[in-house]
Ligand binder design. Structure first.
Ligand code: DC
Length: 235
């Protein structure tokens, strides 16, 4: 019987990764590493650093120095409910969803030095814990040796509708312009995520692809459980 230590779940925005990864983590009682939160965190730090982002793009040594400094005061807690981040003892949560972070995170995630820094950071977490790691490059770059690799996809119209529904509940703006905003954002993020030079969104070698377009989250989770069971039976 094979021991499963790391399960990776990758896929584009609104493919259902986060919900499914959390359900699975709770079902299996395995800590969930939400890698997007770390990219959001770095973005939050950078946009609030008092320096324009461009200055860090021009001086990568300063960028690395900055990351090392802020991460000294950063504590990450991973549980089956997800990833919580504390900076100087304060929980950083809503800040990661702010508009300034949403607008800048794709740009920050394309910076090679940021990716290398976070990749190393995440690997060190993976050395100490069983993990479900969810993101864009978990199975391809960060944990290429993971035991089970899942790649979720869904038709882009369905992904836009999912995101629209989520946002329409929270935001009281005209539905037509909200849908257009969501649609443009999905197209824009897909393009940036899959065309960036460093660690673009890609199907990892050996990944099981699940199209979630017509599935509810429970069905996706059950598919993944079946895959894990079959892996478990491998010698
Ligand atoms: O999954 P999310 O929406 O929280 O991700 C936020 C951003 O971070 C998204 O624009 C893609 C980027 N990201 C990444 O480049 N690599 C990852 N492993 C996870 C997220």
């Amino acid at each position: 019987m094979r021991e499963i230590n790391i399960i990776t779940i990758d896929g584009p925005a609104s493919s259902g990764k986060t919900t499914v990864a959390r359900m699975l983590a709770q079902k299996l009682s395995i800590p969930l590493l939400e890698s997007g939160s770390l990219y959001r965190l770095v973005t939050y730090f950078l946009v609030n650093s008092g320096e324009p982002l461009n200055s860090y793009l021009e001086d990568k040594q300063a960028l690395l120095q900055f990351l090392r400094e802020v991460f000294k005061e950063t504590k990450i807690e991973i549980t089956p409910s997800g990833t919580s981040i504390y900076w100087n003892g304060k929980l950083i949560k809503e800040e990661l969803r702010s508009k300034e972070v949403e607008d800048t995170v794709s740009q920050v995630s394309a910076i090679k030095e940021v990716r290398e820094f976070l990749t190393e950071f995440m690997r060190s977490i993976g050395e100490k814990n069983k993990l479900i790691a969810e993101g864009r490059d978990m199975g391809s770059i960060v944990f290429p040796y993971s035991d089970v690799k899942i790649f979720l996809t869904a038709d882009e119209k369905i992904r836009a509708e999912r995101r629209f529904k989520e946002k329409a509940e929270k935001e009281k703006i005209d539905k037509k312009s909200l849908y257009k905003e969501v649609w443009d954002n999905i197209k824009f993020r897909d393009k940036l995520d899959s065309q960036r030079k460093v660690a673009p969104l890609t199907i990892p070698d050996g990944a099981y692809i699940i199209d979630t377009s017509s599935l509810i989250s429970e069905e996706v989770m059950n598919e993944i459980l079946k895959i894990i069971e079959s892996k478990n039976r491998e010698k």
